[in-house]
Design a protein around this ligand. Sequence first.
Ligand code: ZN
Ligand code: MN
Length: 171
Amino acid sequence: MKPKIKWTPQRLAILKYLDGNKEHPSAEDIYAALSKDFPTMSVATVYNVMEFLKRTGRVKEIYVDPEKRRFDPDVTVHHHAICIKCKRIFDIFSDIKIPELGEHIPDFQILDAQLKIYVLCPHCKDKEDLKLGFKEYQCTNCGAIRTAKHKPQKCPSCNSRGSLKEFISAQ
Ligand code: ZN
Ligand code: MN
């Protein structure tokens, strides 16, 4: 029997919230975003809808965040990297083969496999570097930017000496 659900306004609001959403939200995130407009909504309501959407192939549960169940309305094949600092999940659409998986378990039919990639995203990496006393230096000759603790004597890209100036980023 095909699973069915009654599309109440709050359930529809969840659907609309998910449409094109790239944040890989948890049920709690969805609840937090919508509960103001739908005071009678509960986290359980969100989970019910997510279970229904999962069973009907309209969202995928992703397992990269050890703290929360996260969902992705983009059900096309792709991998995910999670930033261990800000917990943002990034899509990786390159066709990374999970190498030789089938060779290790030849008796099984593999239905789905997800890579778990843990990263510091560029933003959090910069913040970490700054905390550790790193600074950015830009070469006045070739424009290359270099992150270092102390001002490098020469530019690693164009080799000109004394050309590096402390770089203040626009943001
Ligand atoms: Zn981050
Ligand atoms: Mn995704």
